[in-house]
Ligand binder design. Structure first.
Ligand SMILES: Cc1cc2nc3c(=O)[nH]c(=O)nc-3n(C[C@H](O)[C@H](O)[C@H](O)COP(=O)(O)OP(=O)(O)OC[C@H]3O[C@@H](n4cnc5c(N)ncnc54)[C@H](O)[C@@H]3O)c2cc1C
Length: 523
């Protein structure tokens, strides 16, 4: 099973400036090669992991007639984004989110999956702006910038108060060229072994500008700049900002993730006959005679013609370690042995009995204030939290912190996050929340310097086994939920190709940076 996708040239210029500059959504060439509409009735596939990647794979396969069994270790679908039921002290129940998901407009493949349950995407609501709040009252915003490179970068540099003309003269031009000349292959070959912090030292931006603009790109993959690869950071910068035809604004869910995303997706899966098994773990994978795959779970065994492995990195590593057949290919074994988790992160939800000032943004990114990375005011956009605020006159605030020191204890993190919130939003200083829910995790993937070469790909040397998840390297810029959905669709397509069944189209932002697409070399 070979990855045959290729990066298409820019589409022929159409009307808009973005089109003329080649900065618009592209359909991936060669995303599938099957020709039949439906698989034979007897074709079976097992999908391991019920996060976005596994659900996307299961859906695409089942829609084409494949008999799918989806096995999820947890008790609900959604993985890292599954919400779960909690209770307030007064007895009211609410859905706790494991993370605040920002649905960017250029998440083309994820949105196509969500449209299965909501064709108009009416579950999403736009957030007009999200400021970055820095030290000493500093404030930056990515709103209102042009959506075409290099105009977006030039406009940001022109309007930001954090970079003066003199600073611009001190910036390393080669590093700037590397940013605007992003190329999914060449940038990894050139920059993956160095850390984002080494790259940013060379770029030589003033400290505050570096903190205000680049922290968000490193922390959004759950790392600080010393422990994330410079190539991954450049990829994020291209994917979210420089090469993003839709701009950096995003949408949020109007109700809890479980209610409006994962329960409806579960119903759609069921309507296609997918056998969803919750609370069951896949322990081992075995190859049978005749190329069939057998998986052993906590409660039995199953076999199928195809297998999609879409657990998080810890789950995948455990399955690999228990499955000698997965170690037969030395290169694949090296990939599995390199699987590694991100630094710890924290999601801390606070239910206050008093409101937050009206002028606060529903979501703010935080830079230069210790561990705190974001403040979300849930009652400003989510129905369940709004109903709480109406009942109590209070507010539902969610704090997130990424890239934490693994040695830090929870008590000190909680104290620091609340104190920082009080400094930034003084109306909450010293206020005692009526209720708190604190979630600590570390189940995201690591993108450490030098990890690009061994990162898992969708295709494996084992033909009818494909890998999906937000850790998987896809051949176009992508990240987080969008990478999970894209790799899930790619994994389904790879299996469908084997059975000569038409797969699903895939879309990407322009894969290369402005300068790279003009043919300039990466410095
Ligand atoms: C706090 C936080 C905030 C986030 N914010 C954003 C955001 O704003 N925007 C964005 O795009 N992304 C965001 N993300 C990232 C996003 O959640 C992930 O990229 C995405 O959910 C990954 O999906 P996945 O399917 O690859 O993996 P997962 O969601 O981890 O799913 C893997 C599943 O496999 C299951 N599993 C593991 N082992 C086994 C086994 N042996 N047998 C059966 N099942 C198994 C697990 O239980 C899990 O359900 C955020 C994440 C967090 C934690």
């Amino acid at each position: 099973m070979k990855a045959r996708v290729s990066i298409p040239p820019p589409p022929p210029p159409r009307g808009t400036l973005a089109d003329r500059l080649g900065n618009s959504r592209r359909e991936l060439r060669g995303a599938f090669r099957g020709t039949r509409e439906r698989a034979d009735k007897s074709t079976r596939t097992i999908v391991v992991g019920g996060g976005i990647a596994g659900i996307s794979a299961a859906l695409v396969l089942a829609e084409r007639g494949v008999r799918v069994t989806l096995i999820e270790k947890g008790h609900e679908l959604g993985g890292r984004l599954a919400s779960y039921a909690e209770r307030l002290p007064a007895g009211d129940s609410f859905q706790m989110e494991r993370g605040f998901p920002a649905f960017y407009r250029h998440y083309y493949n994820l949105r196509a999956i969500l449209q299965r349950v909501d064709p108009d995407l009416s579950i999403l609501r736009p957030l007009a702006d999200y400021p970055v709040l820095g030290p000493d009252g500093a404030r930056e915003s990515f709103a209102g910038l042009p959506t075409t490179a290099p105009l977006n970068l030039l406009s940001l540099l022109r309007r930001t108060p954090f970079v003066s003309l003199r600073d611009l003269r001190n910036i390393d031009p080669e590093a700037v060229r590397a940013m605007v000349a992003f190329d999914p292959q060449k940038s990894y070959a050139r920059f993956d072994t160095e850390s984002a912090s080494t790259f940013l030292d060379r770029l030589n931006l003033p400290t505050k500008a570096r903190e205000m603009v680049f922290r968000v790109f490193c922390h959004s993959v759950f790392h600080d700049e010393r422990s994330v690869s410079a190539a991954e950071m450049l990829s994020m910068l291209h994917f979210y900002f420089l090469g993003n035809p839709e701009g950096m604004s995003f949408d949020v869910l109007e109700e809890p993730t479980g209610d409006v995303v994962f329960s409806p997706l579960a119903r759609i899966l069921a309507s296609h006959g997918v056998d969803v098994r919750l609370g069951e773990s896949v322990l081992e994978v075995v190859r049978e005679r005749g190329d069939r795959i057998r998986v052993k779970t906590g409660s039995g065994e199953l076999d199928a013609e195809g297998l999609v492995l879409a657990p998080d990195v810890t789950g995948l590593r455990a399955i690999y370690e228990a499955s000698p057949m997965l170690a037969e290919d030395a290169t694949f074994a090296a990939t599995m042995e390199a699987l590694c988790c991100c630094a710890p992160y924290v999601v801390f939800r606070l239910f206050y009995g008093q409101p937050v000032n009206d002028e606060r943004a529903p979501f703010a990114s935080i830079a230069g204030h210790g561990a705190l990375d974001s403040i979300t005011l849930y009652d400003r956009f989510e129905g369940e939290s709004r109903r709480y605020a109406l009942r109590t006159g209070g507010a539902v605030v969610q704090l997130q912190a990424f890239g934490l020191d693994p040695a830090r204890d929870d008590a000190s993190i909680r104290t620091e996050l609340k104190a920082t919130l009080g400094r930034l939003y003084p109306e909450l200083e010293g206020a005692d929340p009526l209720h708190e829910v604190y979630v600590r995790g570390a189940s995201g993937p690591s993108f450490a310097p030098g990890s690009g070469a061994t990162r898992a790909r969708v295709a494996t040397p084992y033909g009818n086994i494909a890998i999906a998840g937000d850790h998987v390297k896809v051949p176009f810029p992508s990240a987080l939920m969008e990478r999970a959905a894209s790799s899930g669709i790619m994994a389904a397509n790879a299996l469908l190709d084997r059975w000569d069944v038409r797969g699903e189209s895939l879309y990407t932002v322009p894969p290369r940076g402005f300068i790279a697409s003009l043919g300039a070399r990466i410095p």
